[in-house]
Design a protein around this ligand. Structure first.
Ligand code: NAI
Length: 279
């Protein structure tokens, strides 16, 4: 019988092979929510995890403990990704500690919601600095390291809000839409550099840059929404429920495997159908 049709299925099989063994993944905001789930999903495939965090040291250490119990190595890196210097320092620290950086997940993000008329300069600037500029400066620091090795993965966590906009979230929506243009440009420049260096063989793991756009996922960020807003949001989700962090993480894991070398410059929705016309 063809292996694709056995009861174990292709996902369980690929988990068993631990395809990311020997790779180092930096996940920003690895302390909790979607970032913590991504750390676990990449570690499940054998990756060493460098978890970025800002303030929540106890939580990030808890994530790392769970990963180490699974047998993989971890390190933690404190930094405010709203500052370009912190982004460069964190990438430098990861390379110093592990000798390489193969995977960058731009996950850390914040909200500071107000209607357009009430939004302050600070609300606007902080959200753009963390969500968009942070992803730029981290990716800019990581790209030459990946080009040097001739392989790599950058995945940025955008949002369905970047695709649809949302009342009270002009700053957040702009930062998350901005990640689409950033992703496509990095994908093009990475592919061009790989071609120039003759690294695009049929068996190459490639250097890909993608975005994942979750819908509403049950994390602390969404728990901060008032109950009546959450009720209205859930009513707009065709599958009738919030997503789970693991449901986002499995798409990130998939994009990071070598077999995903031909997927670049894309936005992957994980939203219970929210982005379909009419929702
Ligand atoms: P969360 O609020 O639970 O976690 C955010 C993480 O970012 C934390 O680890 C925090 O330490 C880190 N962080 C915040 N500011 C930082 C800074 N200045 N420097 C470094 N790290 C910082 O959020 P959640 O829900 O896990 O979201 C993760 C990503 O997914 C965010 O980019 C968010 O915008 C995005 N997203 C979340 C959705 C949701 O429904 N929860 C939906 C769509 C996208």
């Amino acid at each position: 019988m063809n292996a694709m049709h056995t009861s174990t299925g292709p996902i369980e099989q690929s988990t068993r092979t631990r395809e990311l063994t020997g790779r180092v993944a930096l996940v920003t905001g690895g302390s909790r929510g979607i970032g913590a789930a991504i750390c676990l999903a990449l570690a499940e495939q054998g990756a060493t995890i460098a978890a970025g965090y800002h303030r929540d040291e106890a939580q990030v250490k808890q994530t790392c403990k769970a990963i180490e119990a699974h047998g993989e190595k971890t390190s933690v890196h404190r930094g405010n990704i709203g500052f370009a210097d912190d982004c460069r320092r964190v990438v430098g620290e990861v390379v110093e500690e592990h000798g390489r950086l193969d995977i960058l997940i731009n996950n850390a993000g914040i909200t500071s919601d107000h209607s357009v008329l009430k939004m302050t300069d600070d609300d606007w600037n902080r959200v753009l600095e963390v969500n968009l500029s942070g992803a730029f400066f981290l990716s800019q620091a990581a790209l030459p390291l990946m080009l040097e090795r001739g392989a790599g993965r950058i995945v940025s966590i955008s949002s369905v809000i970047g695709q649809q906009g949302n009342i009270g979230q002009a700053n957040y929506a702009a930062s998350k839409s901005g990640l689409f243009g950033l992703t496509m440009t990095f994908a093009r420049e990475a592919a061009r550099a790989m071609l120039r260096d003759e690294r695009h063989g049929p068996n190459s793991a490639g250097l890909t840059v993608n975005a994942v756009a979750p819908g509403f996922i049950a994390t602390d960020m969404v728990a901060a929404l008032p109950a009546e807003v959450l009720e209205k949001v859930t009513a707009r989700i065709p599958t009738g429920r919030l997503g789970r962090p693991e449901e986002v993480a499995r798409v990130v894991q998939f994009l990071c495997l070598d077999a995903s070398a031909y997927i670049t410059g894309q936005v992957w929705g994980v939203n219970g159908g929210m982005e379909m016309a009419g929702h």
